[in-house]
Design a protein around this ligand. Structure first.
Ligand code: GDP
Length: 172
């Protein structure tokens, strides 16, 4: 699909790197479809990472993810899930490839600066914790209403010139 979900984690927001990370995403060809900076509660974080509930790192992960503001975003690009995983890099920043976001901004396996969904289905489940459908639909609605206003604008302009032309013709 063309959409995926990302979240700049509390470590990167505390380090004041969130704008740089968003710019990195934009420079890599992603468009921001929805954007929200907020604090997840422990319950939100538990829901978000429910797949890891039996892992030994689950509780500290939940504490960390609810320890401060995060920046959640829905991103658009062709083949979005795979493209984003590529520039985010491996879970452990030390193992992440040069130039990836985790290599640049992550400091530990837990404090790895950014989340990236690993499938279309998980992306949808994950963004629904952060956004309403209206938040995501709105950019489509905006582009549609912009299209309509430009279209109607062009129609009126050409009608105006057509009528001027016929007045001029009549007047000889
Ligand atoms: P991701 O898809 O690369 O984010 O990795 P996972 O879905 O496997 O793990 C989710 C998040 O849990 C990671 O991004 C890390 O923040 C954290 N995490 C995963 N594995 C470990 C681990 O072995 N130790 C610690 N401390 N944190 C981990």
């Amino acid at each position: 699909g063309n959409l995926t979900f990302t979240m700049i984690k509390p470590d990167a927001v505390k380090a004041n790197n969130h704008a740089k990370i968003l710019q990195h995403l934009i420079d890599a060809g992603f468009r921001i479809v929805a954007l929200r900076m907020w604090c997840m509660s422990r319950n939100d974080a538990k829901r978000f990472y429910a797949v890891h509930k039996d892992k030994e790192f689950f509780e500290p992960l939940v504490d960390f993810m609810s320890s401060g503001p995060i920046v959640a975003a829905v991103l658009e690009k062709e083949n979005a899930v795979a493209e984003l995983r590529k520039i985010v890099g491996a879970t452990d920043p030390e193992e992440a490839a040069e130039g990836t976001i985790r290599k640049l901004y992550g400091t530990a396996r837990r404090y790895n600066a950014i989340h990236a969904s690993d499938s279309d289905e998980n992306a949808r489940t994950e963004w629904s914790i952060h956004f309403t459908e209206a938040d995501i639909i709105c950019h489509i609605a905006c582009s549609f209403s912009n299209f309509i206003s430009v279209f109607v604008g062009c129609m009126f302009t050409s009608m105006f010139f057509a009528s001027r032309l016929s007045v001029m013709k009549k007047a000889g």
